[in-house]
Design a protein around this ligand. Structure first.
Ligand SMILES: Cc1ncc(COP(=O)(O)O)c(C=O)c1O
Length: 387
């Protein structure tokens, strides 16, 4: 049997909504267009505002562009520093650099694999302006400590919740706690539209929130014009194009509508893995994800930590022979070629470097059938017994 690492899940309404959009544009229905900020964009944004409790949600072309949009709105000056984990996707740190600030890498905690608040404190300088916590695997960072550090030092917080849609820290949805929250709807995420994302704006700083809309709309105040707040729109600031087509929003809305159903299906696989592998953890052969009481995770990812790099690599190759595609990541950004060029060094972040050598991600998708799951559990347990 061949088991892919990921397989997008379709709810059945994606094409229906795209067809509806097609018809309403063809019929010239008021407010219907194929470009951004059309009727499905508004439906998707309203859904996120209501469900997650964000003050404002704006669809973007990707999680990457949500991070860039937030970063530009923070208006960094040369020399400003942003504390960020190295154990993340390149987009988190590219966004900081593209907005003109300097990323300062902090190590992660061994338990959650999220940014370590103690290391954030060690990395603070008078130049620190923001913290970018990443909710790895849809498991919450220690947001109480992070928000305390931010408040004590007058720092902005941008949550990279690309993997954390529909997950919680205590009773708050990830992405709604910091000044900004960034979601991804890339094909590899829990809720998808191919390429897409959203920026959640939680700040009370009205000027900064308005600036986001302007940057997203090519530096114009077109959003104000659409709301009837100005009688013509014009170029008022630097900006770019971060609006996805309403066709993608129609696709996404069909996914958001079935948000909890999709999460339940993923959770079934996550729990089946956890229960089956727990005895091997108890024997000391592997380590499984640690979920603290403050987290309600979203089953974005299931990983196993092996004793060392060789054991992890051998295990992955053995699975491949059985047709099972597992993957590892990340090459820590500080020790990746561009990270080294920026002046970082191998050995800077011991926990990050250690974890990245030992972690293996297993196939996890909402549409996994019982036969596939059974096959996975049988093969994996057979291999784990041999460790
Ligand atoms: C932690 C993290 N940040 C940012 C991104 C970027 O999201 P997108 O692929 O939608 O641009 C991803 C996606 O892989 C991610 O996992």
């Amino acid at each position: 049997m061949q088991i892919p690492f990921n397989k997008p899940y379709f709810t059945g309404n994606e094409l229906k909504y795209i067809e509806d959009l097609f018809n309403s544009v063809q019929n010239g229905e008021n407010g219907s267009h194929l470009s951004g900020d059309g009727k499905y964009t508004h439906k998707a944004q309203e859904f996120m505002e209501t469900k997650f409790g964000a003050k404002k949600a704006l669809l973007t072309t990707s999680g990457t562009s949500a991070l860039e949009l937030a970063s530009h709105a923070l208006d960094f000056k040369p020399g400003d520093e942003v504390i960020v984990p190295s154990y993340t996707f390149s987009s988190t740190v590219n966004a900081i650099l593209l907005a003109g600030a300097k990323p300062i890498f902090a190590d992660i905690q061994e338990d959650t694999l999220n940014i370590d608040p103690e290391d954030i404190r060690r990395k603070l300088t008078p130049k620190t302006k923001a913290i970018y916590p990443v909710h790895y695997a849809g498991v919450s960072c220690d947001m109480k400590q992070i928000m305390e550090i931010a408040a004590e030092n007058d720092l902005k917080v941008v949550e990279d919740a690309a993997q954390g849609v529909n997950a919680k820290y205590k009773d708050k949805y990830l992405g709604t706690i910091g000044d900004f929250g960034c979601y991804s709807f890339h094909e590899t995420k829990n809720y998808v539209c191919g390429e897409g994302g959203a920026l959640l704006i939680n700040t009370d700083d009205q000027a900064m929130a308005e600036r986001v809309e302007i940057i997203r709309e090519k530096g114009t105040d077109r959003s104000k014009f659409f709301r009837g707040e100005v009688d013509k729109y014009t170029w008022v600031d630097l900006g770019s194009s971060y609006l996805p087509s309403d066709i993608l929003a129609a696709f996404l809305y069909a996914q958001l509508e079935k948000l909890d159903e999709i999460q339940e299906k993923r959770m079934k696989v996550w729990n089946a893995y956890y229960d089956a592998f727990k005895p091997f953890e108890d024997e000391g052969k592997i380590r499984l994800p640690i979920i603290h009481d403050y987290t309600k995770h979203n089953a974005h990812m299931f990983y196993i930590l092996f004793e060392d790099n060789e054991t992890r690599n051998n295990f992955m190759n053995e699975l491949k022979k059985k047709g099972i595609n597992s993957v590892f990541h990340y090459i820590p950004l500080h020790s990746a070629p561009f990270g080294l060029k920026l002046g970082n060094n191998e050995g800077d972040l011991p926990v990050t470097e250690d974890i990245s050598k030992k972690l293996l991600r297993l196939p996890l998708y909402a549409g996994m059938n019982d036969e596939e799951l059974e096959y996975l559990l049988t093969c994996l347990m057979e291999k784990l017994k041999k460790l």
